[in-house]
Every structure is written in C-alpha cells, then in structure tokens.
Design a protein around this ligand. Structure first.
Ligand code: WQD
Length: 331
C-alpha cells in the first residue's frame, strides 16, 4: 500500500513499483493530488493499481483497508508538507501528519503487517554543524511544525520497532526535483510554489513574473544557499529497494535510516544558471531578503544508502532541470 500515492514522490514511486512487478494499492485523500495522475500512471506502466480515496486521519476507514486487502508492506508518503502553512497552522499539521501515521501503525499492529517505509526529510537535521550530514548527525530543534512532525514521526516509528511489531526503513529526502521522463507525471504545486524548482520553471514559462532569490549574503561561495537536489525518479527507485529489503528480511535492525541525496551541493544561483543553460531560457529574477528559517548549506552523505541499500543517485542536475522543464511545458 502506498499512502499519498498520487502525490509528487508517491506517484513516481508507484510507477517504479508497478514496473518492478509489485501489486499496488494507493490510498490518497486527494488533498494535494489530482485524480488524473492515476490515469497517467496507468498510461506509463500499462498496469492498474487499486485506488482508494481515503483519509488516513479516519481510523475506521484506515482499518478497513487492512481488513479488505492483504498488505505486505506500507510506504507512507501521505502528509502535509508546506513549511509556511505549518507555521501558520501548527495543530492542523500535528493532527494530520501524526494522526494519519498513528492510524496506519495501529492498523498494521492489529492486522499484523510488519513492514513500513517512511518519508522523512533532511529538515530533521536543521542547520548542521558538520557537512555532509550523515544519518548519525543529531536532530536540531525544528523550525516549523512540519519539521517537528517528521522528527516526531521518526520517534513514533522507532518506538514501534522497539516494541517489536514493525520493521521500519526511514528515508530522509534532501531536495526532490524533476519529473518522470515521459512528462506524464511531475510536481503539481497548488497556488504559488514554495519550493525553488517549480518557482523557476513557472517563471520560465511565464506563469510567474519574477523569481526572488531569498538572500545572497550567506557564507557560501556566491552568497546563496546550498542544497542537495535529487531527481524524484532516483528517489522513487530507493523506495523499491527499501521495500524489497524489508520483504526479504535483509535488514540489520528493525529500524534503519537512510539519507537520500546525491552528495553534491548546488547553490540557488548555480541552479538558476544551470536552468538558463539547459533550457536556453532567460530567467527573470531579482535578489531579495533572506527567508525566515532557511538553512545556509546542507548536503547529504549518502554513502550508507550506496553501501547498504545498493542505491545511488544516477541522474544529474541537467537531467533534473530538463525533466522538470519538459513537465512544466506539458501542463
Ligand atoms: C531551496 C532554496 C530558498 C524559493 C523545503 C522544506 C523541506 C522539504 C523541501 C518537503 C532555499 C531558495 C526558494 C524561491 C528562493 N520539504 N528559494 N526563492 O527550503 O531547502 O526545503 O522544501 O516537503 O523540508 O524545508 O527547499 O525549494 O523551498 O528552497 O531563493 O522562490 O531556494 O531560500 O535557499 P528547502 P526550497
């Protein structure tokens, strides 16, 4: 079962799972996803996943899925993910992100489903003391309710593993960007995008007038923040490997964590320049003030995933931009 399976990372993961031969049940409440993505998944894979429009905050409804289907593993994407919205309405974020996780775990316990892969985020590291960040880097105080739901989610899962009823792989994503090569699925931000890549591509096609670079006075080579951008298809493939690791009982402990990034940091200005080079489009941008809560520089040490999960990011920055641009031009 893939929760949030019609969302951005979820839909790309469903495609990879179907292509790897898994049968997939998608549970999604469509709060931040569009139903046409389901037919796009079918178009790419020529397969039909089961689709359930269900709100996982509803305990009865969640249990019913486990009652009706024999589930071998859960990949839990379903969550709200806007940092700014979570600052404005923190209780909504705790209720949604933790309530749905609890309902999934309680149902797993009741119906003896052991395996779960959890979507976490590099946001748990806050502003790191040492770079690159490894899985052992400590949590820093979260700057948003969104970030603390990811930290608390990991803690709830660690307790579940310690309690012996679940085997868990936590995947900490750095900055997912790009789209499927078919341009049939990709990121679909509602309203004004918060994230850099969709803002760039929307400005490039003229949906937005101008991109504002949030600060060029950071302590980095060009003064703009540095991130580890990772292609969403690479990310999706890691979920297939993590699921197989759980199903084949190959894990070393019942609670494992992997960073998913390329290991390379690129600055905001480097991304803008690469976008202009790759697409041949001049981007209208201006330098603005810093955005509250932004981390200066973060990139992954992904060697644990390379070594143990046998996963490596294969697609580089140009491919991330090319696919995001192709998708933007198709919607
Ligand atoms: C990247 C850089 C901005 C927009 C956030 C969440 C994280 C994860 C992904 C997932 C920063 C700069 C951005 C713009 C800009 N959440 N920027 N102008 O902040 O690294 O991570 O999204 O669901 O948990 O914290 O990603 O893409 O928002 O920003 O200059 O219009 O781009 O300041 O330096 P971030 P981002």
């Amino acid at each position: 079962m893939v929760t949030g399976g019609l969302g951005y990372i979820g839909s790309h993961t469903v495609v990879e799972l179907l292509q790897a031969g898994f049968n997939v049940i998608i549970a999604d409440n469509l709060s931040n996803a569009d139903i046409f993505i389901l037919s796009r998944i079918q178009e790419i894979t020529k397969r039909e996943p089961v689709f359930l429009e269900i709100d996982l905050c509803d305990y009865e409804a969640t249990q019913t899925i486990f009652q009706q289907y024999k589930i071998d593993a859960v990949i839990h994407f379903a969550a709200l993910k806007s940092v700014s919205e979570s600052v404005a309405n923190p209780l909504f974020y705790y209720q949604n992100n933790l309530g749905s996780l609890m309902n999934v775990l309680l149902s797993m316990k009741k119906y003896r489903v052991r395996n779960i892969v959890f979507s976490s985020s590099a946001t748990v590291y806050g502003e790191p003391d040492k770079l690159p960040v490894t899985e052992n880097s400590p949590f820093k105080k979260a700057l948003s309710a969104y970030g603390s739901t990811k930290q608390m989610g990991e803690e709830i899962l660690e307790s579940s593993a310690a309690n012996g009823f679940a085997d868990i792989i936590v995947l900490r994503y750095f900055n997912p960007v790009g789209a499927h090569e078919s341009a049939l699925i990709g990121e679909l931000p509602r309203g004004i995008p918060n994230n850099l890549m969709p803002f760039i591509t929307q400005t490039g096609v003229g949906k937005r007038e101008k991109l504002t670079v949030f600060g060029d006075d950071y302590n980095t080579a060009d003064g703009t923040c540095i991130r580890d951008f990772i292609h969403v298809v690479d990310l999706a493939k890691a979920h297939v490997l993590a699921t197989e690791r759980l199903l084949n009982r190959k894990y070393e402990s019942a609670f494992e964590i992997f960073n998913l990034g390329t290991g390379n940091g690129f600055s905001v200005m480097q991304l803008i320049n690469a976008f202009q080079r790759v697409t041949g489009t001049t981007l209208n941008y201006q330098i603005g003030g810093r955005r509250a809560g932004d981390i200066e520089c973060i990139y992954a040490d992904a060697s644990k995933a390379n070594r143990i999960l046998k996963w490596k990011a294969e697609l580089g920055l140009d491919e991330m931009i090319r696919s995001a641009w192709k998708w933007e031009n198709s919607i």
